[in-house]
Ligand binder design. Structure first.
Ligand code: ATP
Length: 346
């Protein structure tokens, strides 16, 4: 049985619907992410699952038990759902251990102390239980918030932009750490974020959201390599869409040449389409007769991300090992190496 079933929910404020007919399911132990631009309704969905927003239509069930429907709302404190907020919402007047113990008042003192220490050890703060929150770094505070939310062993953990106050590098590292902790404890969780690197680091399944709907639900790999539409293709990863045409039942021709493979759209010979070219589809090869001009370059450590101009005026992106350091304005040889063919009908 699914741990969480969100079925066709709509949520609105006054005349406006901000979530419209949204559905998804989570299996026990699964980590999902709702990913989307600011204002698309991610937090509203999370709040509805927690029990803080009412539904206009649809239903939410936890372990098969309906907890939300238009005429029903089980109170938040009875749902067994934990939350980690963007600002951590830690209590400044309590020690780290006091914060983690907050949701454990139902346990006997000795049992509570053992659980608090286990949680702090798990998040790598075993020695810091007696510190106060202001004596910790942002990353340490984030871990206290996680330990506090996990301590009562919620059946579902909701994380609302939990890394947004941290710098980019720390975000990715903590994202991986949080994933490891959730997996270790078998916790089912939903992360809400607008940052796809964070989503990729943490989630098993991602729902890409736009205007209160889920456009595509899938693994990070599938979203990147098999985006369902132009919106997801543009939102996930980098890339450009180039004009193309079907020249034979299984051959697509465009400015960089011809690819003969079954196109993942129904289309007649002669039909116009667009092909998605990711930076990793374009290999640098000095010996290639296909040339493109370096228009811009961004150093990414091991690689450069080159923006390349084609003779038609179209631009491309290419990830090239950074020992190939070419100047802006230089023409370089490129070749196409595509494992995944992604096309959209015009
Ligand atoms: N209590 C409320 N009253 C009226 N409108 C609201 C309320 N809460 C949210 N909204 C509106 O609903 C829409 C979705 O908000 P929500 O916070 O769910 O988006 P989000 O995707 O989480 O955005 P962000 O990443 O900026 O937090 C926004 O347009 C927001 O202004």
């Amino acid at each position: 049985m699914s741990l969480l079933t969100v079925e066709n929910i709509s949520i609105g404020f006054e005349a406006r619907n901000v979530v419209a007919g949204l559905s998804f399911q989570l299996q026990p132990g699964e980590i999902a992410c709702l990913l989307g631009a600011s204002g698309c309704g991610k937090t509203t969905v999370l709040r509805a699952i927690a029990g803080f927003e009412s539904l206009r239509s649809g239903s939410i069930a936890l372990n098969g038990e309906q907890v939300s429907a238009p005429d029903k709302q089980i109170p938040a404190q009875l749902r067994g759902v934990g939350m980690v907020f963007q600002d951590y919402a830690l209590f400044p007047h309590l020690t780290v251990a006091g914060n983690v113990a907050f949701g454990l008042r139902h346990l006997a003192k000795s049992e509570r102390q053992i659980r608090v220490q286990q949680m702090l050890d798990m998040v790598g703060l075993g020695e810091l239980g007696q510190r106060y929150v202001h004596e910790l770094s942002g990353g340490q505070q984030q871990r206290v918030a996680l330990a506090r939310a996990l301590a009562p062993q919620p059946r579902l953990l909701l994380l609302d932009e939990p890394f947004s106050n941290l710098d980019v590098e720390l975000r990715e590292r903590l994202g991986q750490e949080v994933r490891a902790i959730l997996k270790q404890t078998g916790t089912t969780a939903i992360l809400v974020t607008h940052d796809q690197r964070e989503a990729f680091a943490v989630a098993d399944q991602i729902g890409v959201m736009s205007e209160g709907r889920i456009c595509q639900w899938g693994t990070p790999y599938d979203l990147y390599h098999e985006p369902a539409d132009r919106f997801v293709a543009n939102f996930i990863g980098e890339g450009v869409l180039l004009p193309a045409r079907l020249t034979a039942p299984q051959c697509i021709e465009f400015e960089l040449g011809q690819i003969c493979r079954t196109a993942p759209v129904e289309c007649c010979v002669g039909c116009e389409m667009e092909v998605l070219i990711r930076p990793d589809d374009i290999q640098h090869n000095d010996a290639s007769s296909l040339k493109a001009r370096v228009l811009a370059k961004a150093f990414r450590g091991a690689q450069f991300l080159y923006t390349l101009g084609l003779p038609s005026g179209q631009t491309l992106l290419s990830l090239v090992p950074s020992h190939h350091n070419h100047a802006i304005g230089e023409d370089i040889g490129i070749e196409l190496e595509m494992d995944h063919l992604i096309v959209f009908k015009k």
